[in-house]
Design a protein around this ligand. Structure first.
Ligand code: AHR
Length: 328
């Protein structure tokens, strides 16, 4: 066996070890195209995330793209190790979801040196990072999602007597992640021109239902009787918050207005039941958009630096009777 063969075998062993350690899986497509894509996913913290992994895997499978999927179990170091194993294995394209914005420079330099194009899927890296280290971003416009959430609140409160204060709490997503940073920014920037809106407090719920519940309990304890609005950065945390409110004898959606982000089936059901007032859609169905770019990059073509999926807003005022099942 030559040096290249040995290197590939070592890389394969490394990847297999990684699969074993992090519960990764490798999908076998029906008819392979020869294209090999390495996909580092951050974990399975929400129904959204599980839908996102499935979307990427199914899109690859439909196209006969071989996909190596690594689940980092919410740890940035594991994601970095997975990307390194993809480089060692000399995949054609690397796709990864940056769990937080910072800390990717070294590993992306290594991918660049190896000549492997990189696609950022779902989350963005810090805008201070050299943009030549990745080829494209495919995912939501998180800032716009925050703006849409705030605009709903502006409409909802338009009829209140002048100068009525609107006291808001936030359950924010994973600290230093692009959705948490940008959703908050878009939301607060839109409300800051109107002095009626007061941000009482923010607690990180890490995009998890359990931490959303804990966080809401804490917010209710700190601000008893004062909270008018909850802005939850995702549906999973909103489910936890609803449980905390109900346990405290409050009526979610009535005593406290709830705005959430994602659009999972369960959130739409809660919107219909009047327990959530507005859900900003953030679609996890990015698989085809990502694989379109992976195929183009592998063929040496130019790709757009940013691709946003189409997204909408669901509110308590909408007729949702004809809305098809969400699929996540
Ligand atoms: O990065 C997207 C966010 O991550 C989704 O809003 C959330 O549900 C997920 O965990």
């Amino acid at each position: 066996m030559g040096k290249t063969g040995l290197r590939r075998t070592a890389a394969l062993l490394l990847f297999v070890a990684l699969l074993f350690l992090s519960g990764c899986e490798k999908k076998q497509p029906a008819q392979e195209t020869g294209l090999l894509v390495g996909f580092a996913q951050i974990g399975s913290e929400s129904g959204w995330r599980i839908g996102n992994t499935r979307s990427i895997q199914e899109a690859a499978e439909r196209r006969g793209i071989r996909l190596m999927t690594a689940d980092a179990n919410q740890m940035q170091e594991k994601e970095i190790s997975a990307i390194r194993s993809f480089i060692a294995y000399n995949v054609d394209v690397i796709v990864f979801v940056p769990i937080v914005e910072d800390g990717w420079e070294n590993v992306l330099q290594e991918a660049k040196k190896a000549g492997i194009p990189v696609i950022l899927s779902d989350r963005q890296v810090a805008d201070t990072l050299d943009p030549s280290l990745y080829s494209a971003y495919v995912g939501a416009d998180f800032h716009r999602e925050g703006v849409l959430a705030a605009e709903f609140l502006l409409r909802k409160t338009a009829e209140l007597p002048p100068d009525t204060p609107v006291r808001i709490v936030q359950l924010t997503g994973t600290e230093f992640s692009s959705p948490a940073l940008q959703r908050e920014q878009g939301f607060l920037e839109t409300l800051e021109r109107d002095s009626r809106f007061v941000l009482l407090d923010s607690v990180s719920g890490d995009f998890l239902k359990s931490k959303g519940k804990e966080g809401m309990k804490e917010l209710l304890r700190r601000h008893e009787g004062e909270i008018d609005v909850l802005f939850s950065h995702n549906d999973a945390m909103a489910y936890g918050a609803i449980e905390a409110m109900e346990e405290a004898g409050l009526r979610p959606g009535q005593d406290i207005l709830i705005i959430s982000v994602d659009g999972e089936q369960e959130a739409i059901d809660l919107l219909r039941a009047g327990k959530i007032n507005c859900v900003v859609e953030c679609t996890p169905m990015l698989g085809d958009l990502v694989m379109d770019l992976a195929e183009a990059l592998a063929a040496g073509k130019d790709v757009p630096p940013v691709t946003y999926p189409e997204e909408t807003l669901f509110t308590e005022d909408d007729d949702l009777s004809a809305l098809p099942p969400r699929g996540y």
